[in-house]
Design a protein around this ligand. Structure first.
Ligand code: AMP
Ligand code: MG
Length: 340
């Protein structure tokens, strides 16, 4: 298939109307969001949703998130209650997905066979204009080949999806860089299924009772069925094995220094000059979690391009936005943590 590429300065009402028409006809459009790029199809069309799974090579039990242009539209596709309304008022449009009981109009091909559906209203204006132009809700997972790091630029998307989708909309670099926070609402209780830029602290400021699913920080046992199916897969992974170093900076820097020269080091900006013999990629300043979040997936892709044999990186903290970094990095590293 020939993929039409719409550059940043070609995004306008006319090209977004074309994107909307492709979606309505059952085609695939990759679009920018503030988190990562999404691979979109009409969420009311089971056959269109199946094309997403084929393009990504995604297991069919891993559900898609349904994107809407207006938080109030959730009611058409899911059973919403007081909790959804409070979350929407505080955080939407924005990087938050809310899991709710689904209505019949959402085919089970979209939800991986589950009775629930993830609803999200992105903040990115191109995304919302495109969904509004389509006139249908847009089912979309991240626009990467399944298992690879999520795309945070149109260049990443082109690398993974050229020839597999009808259109790619270039919206520049994603401002958040990590996928949305996912929270499940059930019988008045909130459970954090995936951490993101809407942090646990922000949710707890609004609700008394927010649980954290074990899959956020732990490795699941062989037979455990996670609440969020995506959490069981190796994910976000570069080709070279990634190892996370836990311990003091001093020990980490010494360990990195002793590594073979074909080991690539993911390091903080401040450490860039310390490793003249190694290939290094900076993920941002030590205390700048938002830059680290924004750069992580690009850094993992860049690491692959160097042809390195192994990657070492610091293990993030489990607080604030770093909890989201921690969650993505332990998956990218297949839970390989080296305690120093
Ligand atoms: P992606 O957009 O590629 O990050 O994938 C969406 C992720 O959202 C999936 O991997 C699931 O873990 C999660 N998700 C979507 N819908 C549901 C649902 N109904 N219940 C639980 N998790 C969901
Ligand atoms: Mg994904």
């Amino acid at each position: 298939m020939k993929t039409v590429f719409i550059g940043q300065n070609e995004i306008n009402d006319e090209t977004l109307a074309r994107a909307g028409e492709i979606l309505r006809r059952g085609g695939l459009v990759v679009f920018p969001t503030e988190t990562v790029y999404g691979l979109g199809a009409d969420a009311l069309d089971a056959d269109a949703a199946k094309k997403i799974y084929a393009a990504k090579g995604r297991p069919s039990d891993n559900p898609l998130i349904v994107h809407i242009a207006d938080p109030a539209d959730a009611d058409k596709y899911a059973i919403v209650g007081e909790e959804y309304r409070r979350l929407a008022k505080a955080f939407m449009p924005g990087p938050l997905t809310v899991i709710l009981p689904k209505r019949d109009c959402i085919p089970s091909a979209v939800t991986g066979g589950l009775d629930s559906v993830g609803i999200r209203c992105p903040e990115n204006k191109i995304a919302r204009r495109m969904i509004a132009a389509a006139g249908v809700p847009v089912a979309a997972p991240s626009a990467n080949i399944s298992g690879k790091p999520s795309p945070t630029s149109a260049e990443h998307v082109r690398f993974d999806m050229d020839g597999k989708v009808d259109m790619i909309l270039d919206g520049g670099e994603c401002t958040v860089g990590l996928e949305s926070t996912i929270v499940k609402v059930e019988e008045g209780k909130l459970t954090l299924l995936r951490p993101g830029a809407i942090t646990l602290d922000m949710l707890r400021a609004l609700f008394d009772n927010v649980e954290v699913s074990a899959a956020v920080t732990e490795q699941l046992g062989e037979n455990v069925r996670p609440l969020s199916p995506g959490m069981k897969y190796r994910h976000y992974a570069p080709t070279a094995p990634l190892y996370l170093l836990s311990g003091s900076d001093e020990k980490r820097l010494a360990y990195c220094n002793a590594a073979d020269s074909d080991t690539l080091l993911l390091i903080f900006e401040e450490e860039a000059a310390l490793f003249p013999a190694h290939k290094v990629i900076s993920i941002g300043s030590r205390d700048d979690e938002s830059t680290q979040a924004k750069r992580l997936f690009a850094a993992l892709r860049e690491a692959d391009n160097t042809g390195c044999k192994k990657i070492l990186a610091p293990l993030p903290k489990k607080s604030g936005l770093s909890l989201a970094l921690y969650n993505r990095m332990i998956r990218a590293a297949a839970h390989n943590i080296i305690a120093l």
